[in-house]
Write a protein that binds this ligand. Sequence first.
Ligand SMILES: Cc1ncc(COP(=O)(O)O)c(C=O)c1O
Length: 362
Amino acid sequence: MAGEATGVNWIPKPADATGITADFYSDMKTKPTEGMLRALLNAEVGDEQKGEDPTTNALCDRVAEMMGKEAATLLPTGTMCNEIALRVHCDPGDEVICDRSCHIVNFEAGGPAALSGVMINPLDGENGMFTVDQLRPAIRPPSRYAPTSRLLAVEQTTNLGGGGVWPLKQLTEVAELAKSRGLSTHMDGARLFNATVQSGVSARDYAAPFDSLWIDLTKGLGSFAGAVLAGSRAFINDAWKLKQQWGGGLRQSGYIAATGLYALDHHIDRLADDHALARSIGESIAGMPNVGKVLPVETNIVIFEISDRGPTAAKVVAALLRHGVRLGVFGERTIRIVCHLGVNPAAGSLLCRHLPGALQAD
Ligand SMILES: Cc1ncc(COP(=O)(O)O)c(C=O)c1O
């Protein structure tokens, strides 16, 4: 794969305004490729709120079909997909069961409580993934006193779990148990295609036991906005009502949808390159000074701990910034590195050249 469509040959630009040439902070740091921008310029558009945007309709039909669901809707962000899904599935006072590391618990500003009035029952899975035996006792029997266990939510891949991929069997087992006990099921598929590329399992197979799920057009797919939420027609009708209430109805969103359609055609297979780069960075890091645990690198994310002898994560990240390399601080001694369309092996080499020194900064 070559050229701008894949991003593989994309060399970090000389220092931009912020001086960062290799930005591993997140896969949200991508910029649209030329091909994507051409698709945007040529998009046919209309009023999305009225169902009149042909490109958005085409994207939603395509995602619904890929996921084996009846319908889908485009939303500005994945966070909004999660929050709308929670509100559709739950009533105030209900309980959502998910891993403690989930985005809905840690990065949505308390949205589940503020917008849906739900409680979270967090499980301590391994790398963001729990087993059916952990889930079973967490589902509450019906009681006048207890909150109602209403929704099982999972992330595929797991973000703070280091990009871990739920094995299909484990994922299906937890979803089937939840459904057999009357819970609905929701999947945060911000990085679902990282999982499909890593495992060879189709999105449709991962999606099958879930009542709702969504994919991000940003992150691995490399667009600048948008996420698509899919489910039954009834679920999407309810989601549309909230989308309108919460101000997420769009107008000429075909410009966004065109980048999404382009990404579905051109940016899925290339995720393997991100995974290979993450793996090689992870292997290098394991041998660096003051490095503690490195989470297994399954996809595009590397999470590692700095040992007690080393500096804090904030100091390491600050030292690397001086070399134009940005990583993420995800705890006092935890660093996250994410590979994506906007970084390449040259950026990886820059990172691996300067990280050992940063790990010994004081
Ligand atoms: C697992 C996961 N879910 C949800 C989100 C939120 O997506 P968005 O940035 O599109 O709101 C993110 C963003 O990083 C994420 O990693």
